[in-house]
Design a protein around this ligand. Structure first.
Ligand code: ATP
Length: 486
């Protein structure tokens, strides 16, 4: 039986070595908290995005998808509350000039205490922090940091400024002439593009409540704590769905989507014991209930997806700021024996970070395995057990040797399969080495074409997860892969 270990730093190196994730502008020493996806990472990300899009829009007949712009009218962000409220309490160390998000600084201290066995102190500190955050008590937060002698990782001192708010939105100018230009923001979430299009979609799609609008796309936040690889980035991608419901039914839908989303993550092979719900203590200004679906990342339990009951806050705000009526006329209220009704719908939001999901899938998939061979010697491999349906490459086609007509048969199989799914062809190196490379990329199936193929039209199929090899008919390869990846 294989022996498995899981190591975060090794996962990061692996992502680079096998074309998954690179640091942005690496040749210029990189840009903090910005990353690029390589050939395998981009394909994995696309497969996850497509899987989400399909499960939201194709499998729910009352959810449609849109693609709104990153730039929006600046009043959008006034109305949404982001100009005034999208900030985090920060504190600077006066000696190193390093800035920290207060909650991250205190959580880091609590993690250290837990590692030292001081569980009680860690829990008390976190409980005190939650209460102070809830009360917006910044002086109290500073005192909590000082009392516990929480120091800066760089200067190692406790010489702190006061706690202040810091807005996370990036701004830029629009317009060709500097004087005539106006400050606009790079969107910090995709949701507002859905809200401002609520009536466009509802009317043109003849949508009836309850219904949802889904969207995937880039969002930007000037994050202060830029660490943990692609977990917290300054430019990232969100997959959000706003579900519009009748006022008063929001908790029913909130509970529905909470369970539905957890099941969806499980359908991607994430074990249920590595997912949990975390209810918010301090609710955002727009929410009447909120929770995170957390995943047990290699660096601890952290938010993967947010489920928020956003009330009618956003639509109401846009109605007020735009002076345009944003309401829904509910015919069905009449059928239920109640009068016709015009109202602003309530909203339940599901919001997952695509990059965090990529990290979730990769950390769940990564394994270093060792085992003893029959002759008693040790063997090992690094494997990415990515579910076949989202794996970047589904099938590797490997002629045993570069001659005797074997490459021609392999190329023919490639041509037959590549319309249906991603294949990879390789004829260089010993077959064992080629299998190991495919394990490291996460390719679920390898086909080897050998001399016997010419005689009886059979090939060897090797399964990534079990390393089992068996002979199957060449003619069955395509359907076998389709049956595992569709
Ligand atoms: P956090 O508390 O980790 O900063 P958040 O509560 O601000 O996250 P939301 O505003 O609820 O996050 O955004 C929804 C989702 O978008 C998150 O669950 C996460 O998956 C993703 N996300 C948010 N910020 C980032 C980021 N800086 N980098 C990558 N993904 C992010």
């Amino acid at each position: 039986m294989a022996n498995e270990t899981n190591n975060f730093q090794e996962l990061i190196s692996h992502c680079k070595e096998y074309g998954y994730i690179f640091q942005s502008s690496e040749i210029y020493d990189g840009l903090a908290a910005v990353y690029d996806y390589g050939q395998n990472g981009a394909q994995l990300k696309k497969n996850i995005r497509d899987y989400w899009w399909k499960s939201m829009t194709q499998l729910h007949d009352n959810i449609v998808g849109i693609d709104a712009s990153i730039f929006m009218h600046p009043t959008t962000w006034k109305a949404s509350g982001h100009v005034d409220n999208f900030s985090d309490p920060m504190i600077d160390n006066k000696d190193s000039n390093k800035r920290y998000r207060v909650d991250h600084l205190i959580e880091g201290f609590a993690d250290e205490q837990k590692a030292k066995g001081n569980e009680q102190l860690a829990n008390d500190t976190l409980a005190a922090m939650d209460a102070l955050l809830l009360a917006n008590d910044y002086a109290g937060l500073k005192q909590l940091i000082e009392t516990n002698k929480i120091s800066c990782a760089v200067s190692k001192t406790c010489n702190w400024t006061d706690v202040r708010e810091f807005n996370l939105m990036f701004s830029t100018q629009i317009g060709s002439v500097a004087e005539a230009s106006e400050t606009i923001y790079l969107r910090p979430e995709t949701a507002q593009g859905i809200f401002v299009n609520f009536l466009n979609v509802q009317k043109t799609g003849r949508m009836k409540i309850p219904f949802g609008i889904a969207q995937t796309g880039k969002a930007f936040r000037n994050e202060i704590v830029a660490r943990q690889f692609i977990f917290r980035m300054r430019e990232f991608e969100q997959m959000e769905m706003q579900f519009f419901v009748r006022p008063g039914t929001q908790m029913e839908w909130y509970n529905f989507w909470k369970e539905e989303r957890k099941k969806w993550h499980e359908s991607l092979g994430i074990p249920s014991n590595k997912l949990r719900f975390h209810d918010h203590v301090k609710l955002a200004h727009y929410a009447d209930a909120a929770l995170d679906i957390e995943f047990d990342f290699p660096f601890g339990w952290k938010e993967l997806e947010g489920i928020h009951s956003r009330t009618d806050f956003d639509l109401k705000q846009h109605q007020e700021f735009s002076k345009k009526k944003i309401q829904y006329f509910d015919n069905d209220l009449n059928e239920a024996g109640k009068p016709f009704g015009n109202y602003i719908p309530y909203v339940v939001e599901t919001s997952v970070g695509l990059d965090r999901l990529v990290l979730t899938i990769l950390s769940n998939a990564y394994a270093e395995e060792k085992w003893n061979k029959e002759d008693g010697t040790e063997d090992s491999r690094v494997v990415l057990r990515i579910p076949a349906k989202i794996a970047p490459v589904k099938l590797a086609i490997l002629p045993l040797v570069k001659k005797d007509g074997l490459p021609e048969i392999a190329r023919e199989l490639m041509n037959e399969c590549k319309q249906a799914f991603h294949c990879f062809y390789e004829e260089k190196d010993a077959i064992g080495k080629r299998y190991r490379r495919m394990d490291a990329i996460g390719t679920p199936f390898c086909i080897t074409i050998d001399h016997q193929t010419k005689e009886d039209q059979t090939v060897t199929i090797r399964y990534r997860d079990t390393m089992v090899q068996e002979r199957i008919a060449l003619a069955d390869v395509k359907n076998l892969v389709i049956s595992h990846t569709a």
